[in-house]
Design a protein around this ligand. Sequence first.
Ligand SMILES: Cc1cc2nc3c(=O)[nH]c(=O)nc-3n(C[C@H](O)[C@H](O)[C@H](O)COP(=O)(O)OP(=O)(O)OC[C@H]3O[C@@H](n4cnc5c(N)ncnc54)[C@H](O)[C@@H]3O)c2cc1C
Length: 363
Amino acid sequence: MGKVLISGGGRCNVTNTISDPKQLVKNYPRGFDKLQPCFERFSSDDTQQWFEDRGVRLKTESDGRVFPVSDDSSSIADTLQREAHRLKVKINYKTRAVGFEPQGDQWLIKTNLNDVVADLLVIATGGSPAIWKALEKLDLNIVAPVPSLFTFHAKHKLLEDLAGISFPNATVKILTTKTDQSGPILITHEGISGPAVLKLSAWAARELHELNYKCVIRVNWLGIDAKQLKAAIVNEQETNPKKHVINRPVMDIPKRFWQRVCELSDITKNRNYAEIGKKQIAKLTELLLNCDLTISGKSTNKDEFVTAGGVDLDEIDFDTFAVKKYKNLFMAGEVLNIDAVTGGFNFQAAWTGGWIIGKQVVG
Ligand SMILES: Cc1cc2nc3c(=O)[nH]c(=O)nc-3n(C[C@H](O)[C@H](O)[C@H](O)COP(=O)(O)OP(=O)(O)OC[C@H]3O[C@@H](n4cnc5c(N)ncnc54)[C@H](O)[C@@H]3O)c2cc1C
């Protein structure tokens, strides 16, 4: 691991509490089929143990993300550096690898400063286009990189001036491909964000790239079906027929959002529950459960930026993370075509690969 990037305001979401390999792999749109046996050997609980054994106190948030108690990513970076120092690892700062050539069983590493001959080469350069280019020269197949983990731009009357309103159990679906995800969703100034959106952007990273980030996304803000919504409205009609609809949201819908939904469903301010008919209920249902948003682009997720793509996983022997075509060449982390949804899983894949290579080459 070369560096620890800062996220979540510099806190570093170092891993996740999900440690059962079968469950853990479900968070990897690319890599899930290869990583399970690797996680059997070094999973997220091993990561926690590794850092705790070296004095880093960790805490778990309610959603399973694990952070240093210090809420400071330097606790993680400093620990890695201390450990490297203890093991007498020499770090050549300001040295950029520019190319690699096999020389018998050894490797010639060309850098911006000098050439180095190594008995063994581990490449963990993250999402570096220059390194992928250099690796193509070694006849390794590189899956073209595309962004993953992003938020969507969308304009709709329903969203105007409502940035900050969130829904805990929404579902989002790309209409053409039918790919969908569930979870919390947040209205932003530019469109929509939140875990469900980020998961969709990761699982559909390639399809969305092909669509040039222009498509229609169907949002079910409540994650329920029309029957459940109708039952809630009928219940209000029976128990509160004289109450103004606009003032009594059903299903704990945030009030400002409900008022907007009512406006767009032709439910005027003074309309009470007894006065709304089939047509208005149908419009409410459409806006709440089948709301089609035209996506016009994307924004980078500020917490965690990840690329889908990299060295084709068929090039790698996942028993050791060795490159099959060459002797004494290993790779781990984001240089490989592995990436995860947000939650500490991207680091976990890097820790696991790094640990397995370490075991293989040092013991
Ligand atoms: C802002 C941000 C926040 C993030 N937060 C989180 C998070 O909280 N939790 C999480 O799980 N994931 C997070 N990620 C993703 C996570 O950082 C990566 O998945 C992970 O760091 C990948 O590890 P890696 O070792 O493969 O690559 P990196 O950590 O990117 O390390 C690559 C290293 O190689 C060096 N390098 C590159 N090219 C060369 C070269 N030619 N010669 C020599 N050295 C080179 C780089 O300088 C760097 O030090 C975040 C990403 C970003 C951008």
